[in-house]
Design a protein around this ligand. Structure first.
Ligand code: SMG
Ligand code: MG
Length: 368
């Protein structure tokens, strides 16, 4: 197939509550959604998981749009391609995994819709439903009561695993408070790189809370720091931002810096690379789980498909649409008894609801 048209819909979805991490607070989800029309006359959808500002990683929406328009798409246009060709065709361009991952997903979704296969089946899914975890931000008012009330709500809804966002000054005390209230709840923490090598002793204080893992405690480039921490800390060190490709994941494991992997397709350049990292985890005996980037129903559908592969042995940040949005752009993803059903329709299995997409769209750009 050939790519005939690409339209980027920039949409703003209000969040049900601010989402605060060690790197900042988001009040809305500002997202680039790609509508890719192919020569088969099929439309595929991709979602770019970048944010308006380069705070989680170097990528940000305006740059993603530019690199797609000027550097990525020109390498795909006018050629008869499949989704499997996309990584090699985009290979010469360095970096920008979220931008390339969004394009790959748009092409892959179109390809699968044309052939009638679901993304889950294509990737090698072995499950019809997946367990749901939830990521809990740092409360706006820095209050333990606010945190406990929010966690209480998620526990009541049936979430099977709680992840607390931490940062210096908001770590041991909130983790202890949650652990004391829910002694048996699978619990983990995520620092988004907020600590350094000098904090290794301090981080080891989290060992007493029987956590599943500590996620990306130190700067993404400090591999020795993570190895030193992994050598000292009983809690497994899980990497998120540091893991960018299957070979770099292999290196991190070999080096002893990474004991568990948070797989986010956008961060690693797409679902084909995400699947390869999953396969690596299975081969090397490294648990993997599916991360989240506050996706709309489109990206959420793809994550749920990915999370249904057999190596995803820990609950992911695959929460229901209403964790973040009162109004998702697709039919909402719901959780029942802590589980979410894996879509079975062709491709992503969901599409944007036109009136809702139109209402939430802030700008539309035709790239091709
Ligand atoms: O989609 O549930 C979600 C968000 C999960 O905490 C989450 N993601 O570092 O893992 C992470 C963060 C990054 C969010 S940046 C918008
Ligand atoms: Mg993370």
């Amino acid at each position: 197939m050939r790519i005939e048209q690409v339209i980027v819909h920039e949409a703003a979805l209000p969040l049900v509550r601010p989402f605060r991490t060690s790197f900042g607070t988001e009040y809305t989800k500002d997202v680039l959604l790609l509508e890719v029309t192919t020569s088969d006359g099929v439309v595929g959808w991709g979602e770019c998981v970048a944010s308006p500002e380069p705070l989680y990683s170097h990528e940000f929406n305006a740059a993603a749009l530019l690199v797609m328009r000027d550097h990525l798409l020109p390498r795909l246009l006018g050629k008869d391609i499949t989704a499997e060709d996309v990584p090699d065709l985009l290979g010469p361009v360095r970096g920008h995994p979220m931008a390339r991952g969004a394009l790959e997903l748009g092409v892959l979704d179109a390809q699968l819709r044309a052939s009638g296969q679901s993304l889950a089946a294509y990737l090698g899914s072995t499950r019809t439903e997946i367990p749901c975890g939830v990521s809990v931000g740092i409360p706006d008012d820095d209050s333990l009561d606010t945190l406990l009330a929010e966690v209480e709500g998620y526990v009541a809804q049936g979430y099977q695993r709680i992840k607390l966002k931490i940062q210096p000054g908001w770590d041991v005390v909130p983790t202890r408070a949650v652990r004391e209230r829910w002694p048996a709840m699978p619990l983990q923490v995520d620092a988004n790189q907020a600590y350094g090598r000098a904090d290794i002793d301090h981080l080891c204080a989290l060992d007493e809370f029987d956590l599943l893992l500590v996620e990306q405690p130190i700067h993404e480039e400090d591999l020795l720091g993570h190895k030193l921490l992994a050598d000292r800390m009983r809690t497994p060190v899980c990497l998120d931002e540091s893991v960018l490709s299957v070979d770099n994941a292999d290196s991190l494991i070999e080096y002893g810096a990474c004991e568990i992997i948070n797989i986010k397709a956008g961060r690693v350049g797409g679902y084909l690379s995400a699947k390869a990292i999953h396969d690596l985890g299975v081969r090397r005996g490294i648990p993997v789980w599916c991360g989240g980037m506050v996706e709309t129903g489109l990206g959420r559908a793809a994550n749920v498909a990915l999370a249904s592969l057999p190596g995803f042995t820990l609950p992911g940040d695959t929460s229901a649409s209403d964790r973040f949005f009162t109004q998702d752009i697709t039919e909402p993803f719901v959780m029942t008894d802590g589980m979410m059903t894996v879509p079975t329709g062709p491709g992503l299995g969901v599409t944007p609801i036109p009136e809702i997409l139109a209402a939430l769209t802030t700008s539309t750009t035709r790239l091709v």
